[in-house]
Design a protein around this ligand. Structure first.
Ligand SMILES: [Zn+2]
Ligand SMILES: [Zn+2]
Ligand SMILES: [Zn+2]
Ligand SMILES: [Zn+2]
Length: 169
């Protein structure tokens, strides 16, 4: 068994016992309480289920597991060493960023179809950099126009999109 790394899938912050306790929705998804409170509706940001987070239910089982893991392996001390990235909208530092897959594909920032057989490595890299420059923090995703859109971790998206551009299987 190794140390459990569990963080909120929306803001990517670690859960804590104060304002970021893990809260479970009626759909079974868990987000931190800060994200729950900052949402404009109680829909689940993962699966869109209505009223999923209308009532605060602490995910006690998950919280106990985190406590146990911290007790056995020690608390995450390297938290401040994580190199922070910057949100393109609010310019606040964030541990990890997300990208709106829907807007990226629909706006043409990430073309869905390629006009050429193969995109050169440098072109592919510059498209990926352009996509990266539109990455958003969890707060901006929740509060903004992308709330009902499909958003994904920016690194995961760029990895797979780069392979698509380069025609790699
Ligand atoms: Zn959160
Ligand atoms: Zn859900
Ligand atoms: Zn932001
Ligand atoms: Zn969007």
């Amino acid at each position: 068994m190794s140390k459990m790394v569990v963080d909120c899938g929306i803001c990517y912050d670690d859960y804590d016992s104060k304002d970021q306790v893990p809260c479970i929705g009626t759909c079974g998804h868990t987000i931190c309480d800060r994200c729950r409170l900052s949402m404009t509706s109680s829909r689940c940001p993962h699966c869109n289920r209505k009223e999923a987070f209308a009532v605060k239910h602490v995910n006690k089982q998950l919280w106990d597991l985190i406590q146990f893991s911290n007790f056995v392996f020690g608390k995450n001390e390297e938290k401040s060493d994580v190199d922070m990235k910057q949100c393109s909208e609010c310019h606040q530092p964030a541990k990890r960023l997300r990208i709106c897959r829907d807007c990226c594909l629909n706006s043409g920032a990430a073309p869905k179809h390629l006009e050429v057989e193969e995109v050169s490595e440098s072109e592919a890299k510059s498209i990926c950099e352009k996509i990266r420059s539109q990455a958003l923090c969890g707060d901006c995703i929740i509060d903004g126009e992308h709330f009902r859109h499909k958003t994904v971790n920016v690194d995961t998206f760029i990895d797979s999109y780069y392979s698509f551009l380069r025609n790699e299987k």
